[in-house]
Design a protein around this ligand. Structure first.
Ligand SMILES: Cc1cc2nc3c(=O)[nH]c(=O)nc-3n(C[C@H](O)[C@H](O)[C@H](O)COP(=O)(O)OP(=O)(O)OC[C@H]3O[C@@H](n4cnc5c(N)ncnc54)[C@H](O)[C@@H]3O)c2cc1C
Length: 435
C-alpha cells in the first residue's frame, strides 16, 4: 500500500487484566483456561462468533499429534468425546464440530476469571517502547482498549505480533511459498460396509487391489479430477456414515494479504462441489454422499511465523531434540508439508520425527517484552512448523504459556525475566510430564 492517511482518536478502556489472550483457537483456549486456573484475571479475545479456531470454525479434525502425558490436550480430547487416537494410525476420528462449539464455550465459561470478548477483532497493540501493554479491539462499530501485564498472541496468523512489530518469517526457503489453504467439509451418506477411509499421504489403504491414492492420481491423470486434488483424504468421524474431507487446496495464497481471501474462498467452495461429484461417481460406497457442512473460514495451515529467542528447526523435530528450558515435552508428529506448489506432499519421503521438546525461548518474540506467542505461529522454520502445527501440540503450547503468563503477572516480571525452572516445577506439580 503506497497511499497513506494518519488518524488519531481517543479510545475507551474496557477493562484491565493480568493477561490478554488474543485468539480462541486450540492454543488460545488452553492458554486462557490455564492462566485463569492459576488465579490470573484473563481477557480472551476472538474475532469470530464462535470459539475453537480451526477446531470448530475451520471444520478441522481429527485432533492429531501427541505430547507428553498430563497436558490439557488430554483433557480437551476427553471433553470432545474423541476416542484416544494414535497420531498417524487409522483410528483417529474427527470430533463433532457442532457439539465442540458449546463444549468449548462451557469449558471456558467454567472459569470465573475469564472474560470472553467474542466478535472482537484485535486491530492494534498498545505499546510503551518495546513493551506490549494491551490491545485495541473492534466490535460492531465500537473500538475499545484492553490493558494487561502480559499479552499472549494465539491468533494462528501472528496478527498481534505483527501489529507489535515483531520479526516475522513466511514460507519456505527459496521461493517463500507456504502450504496450500484448504476448506474442509463433511459428507454423510457413506455406506460403512464399502466406503473406505484414507487418512492421507501416509495411508496405503487399497481400493480393488490398487492403492487408493494411486487410483485417485490415475483418475486425475485421466482428467477426472484436477491434479492438485489427487490426495483425497477421507477421515472417519465419531458419526457412522460420515467423513471429514481434507482435500480442497489452493497453492500460492498468502492469507495475510486481504486481497486474496475472497478469491481463495470461492475457488475452494467450487472444489467442494467438484469433489462430491467425483466421490459419488468413482468411489464405491460414496454413491449417495452429500456435503452437509464446511468450514466457515478458509483453513490456513501456514502464514506468519514469529522469530523468537530460539528458532526450532526441521532437524530438531526429526532428531527428537531436548532442551533445558523445555515447556512442551515429547511433541510428536510427522513433518507434514502439504505441497506449496502442487499435489500431495512437498517431500518425496515424509519426515518422521522422534518425540521432541519445544523450548521456552520459542515463545518469546525477539525484541518485544511482555508478549508471548503460542500455537502454530511460534518461532520455528517452515519444516519444523509442519510438525508442531497440529492441534494436540498447539493445546500443550497454549497451556504452558498460560501458566507462564500467570506466573509473570503474579511476580510482576516480564516473560524474559521469568525463572524457567520455577515454571517447569509449577507445570510438573500439575502432573505435566516434562522429562
Ligand atoms: C485444512 C487444514 C487441515 C488441518 N488438519 C489438521 C488435522 O487433521 N489435525 C490437526 O490436529 N491439525 C490440523 N491442522 C492444523 C491445525 O488445525 C492448526 O494448526 C491449529 O488449529 C492451530 O491452532 P491455533 O490455536 O494456533 O490457531 P487457530 O486454530 O488458527 O486459532 C486462532 C484463533 O485466533 C483468532 N484470531 C486470529 N486473528 C485474530 C484477531 N486479530 N483478533 C481476534 N482473534 C483473532 C482466529 O479467529 C482463531 O479462532 C489443519 C489445518 C488446516 C488449515
Amino acid at each position: 500500500m503506497t497511499e497513506q492517511i494518519e488518524y488519531n482518536r481517543k479510545i475507551g478502556i474496557r477493562g484491565r487484566y493480568d493477561i490478554i489472550v488474543a485468539g480462541a483457537g486450540p492454543a488460545g483456549i488452553c492458554a486462557a483456561v490455564a492462566a485463569a486456573r492459576d488465579g490470573a484475571k484473563v481477557a480472551l479475545v476472538e474475532r469470530y462468533g464462535v470459539i475453537g479456531g480451526n477446531l470448530t470454525a475451520g471444520y478441522v479434525g481429527p485432533i492429531l499429534g501427541m505430547t507428553g502425558k498430563g497436558t490439557m490436550r488430554d483433557e480437551m480430547v476427553r471433553l470432545l468425546g474423541v476416542p484416544e487416537n494414535d497420531m498417524i494410525g487409522r483410528t483417529g476420528k474427527a470430533h463433532d464440530f457442532e457439539n465442540a462449539k458449546l463444549l468449548l464455550e462451557e469449558f471456558v465459561a467454567a472459569e470465573a476469571n475469564i472474560d470472553v470478548f467474542m466478535q472482537c477483532g484485535i486491530v492494534d497493540v498498545i505499546k510503551d517502547g518495546n513493551r506490549a501493554g494491551g490491545v485495541i479491539a473492534a466490535c460492531n462499530g465500537t473500538l475499545f482498549a484492553l490493558t494487561a501485564a502480559v499479552v499472549i498472541d494465539a491468533t494462528g496468523d501472528a496478527a498481534v505480533s505483527a501489529l507489535a512489530g515483531a520479526e516475522i518469517a513466511k514460507g519456505r526457503d527459496g521461493d517463500g511459498l507456504m502450504q496450500p489453504v484448504t476448506l474442509e467439509f463433511t459428507i454423510d451418506g457413506v455406506d460403512e460396509d464399502r466406503g473406505i477411509v484414507c487418512i492421507g499421504d501416509v495411508d496405503d489403504v487399497e481400493l480393488n487391489g490398487e492403492r487408493f491414492l494411486d487410483y485417485c492420481k490415475r483418475l486425475a491423470d485421466e482428467g477426472k479430477l484436477p491434479a492438485d486434488l489427487a490426495a483425497v483424504r477421507l477421515h472417519p468421524t465419531t458419526v457412522p456414515g460420515q467423513r471429514q474431507v481434507n482435500t480442497t487446496q489452493l497453492c500460492g495464497v498468502d492469507i495475510t494479504d486481504v486481497g486474496q481471501i475472497f478469491k481463495a474462498d470461492i475457488e475452494l467452495r467450487r472444489q467442494i462441489r467438484l469433489l462430491v461429484d467425483f466421490l459419488r461417481e468413482y468411489v464405491p460406497g460414496y454413491e449417495n454422499c452429500r456435503c452437509t457442512a464446511s468450514g466457515t473460514t478458509t483453513g490456513v495451515r501456514e502464514s506468519r511465523r514469529v522469530m523468537g529467542d530460539y528458532v526450532l528447526t526441521g532437524e530438531d523435530v526429526e532428531a527428537g531434540a531436548k532442551f533445558e528450558d523445555a515447556i512442551v515435552h515429547d511433541a510428536e508428529f510427522i513433518v507434514d508439508i502439504h505441497n506449496p506448489a502442487g499435489a500431495g506432499q512437498a517431500e518425496a519421503k515424509i519426515g518422521w520425527c522422534r518425540p521432541y521438546d519445544i523450548p521456552y525461548r520459542c515463545f518469546l518474540p525477539r525484541g518485544i517484552e511482555n508478549l508471548y506467542v503460542t500455537g502454530r505461529c511460534i518461532s520455528g522454520t517452515h519444516r519444523a512448523h509442519a510438525s508442531y502445527r497440529v492441534m494436540s501440540i498447539c493445546m500443550a503450547m497454549g497451556e504452558a504459556v498460560g501458566i507462564a503468563a500467570s506466573m509473570c503477572a503474579a511476580a510482576g516480571c516480564s516473560p524474559r525475566e521469568l525463572d524457567v525452572r520455577a515454571l517447569q516445577s509449577r507445570m510438573e506439580s500439575k502432573g505435566i510430564v516434562l522429562k
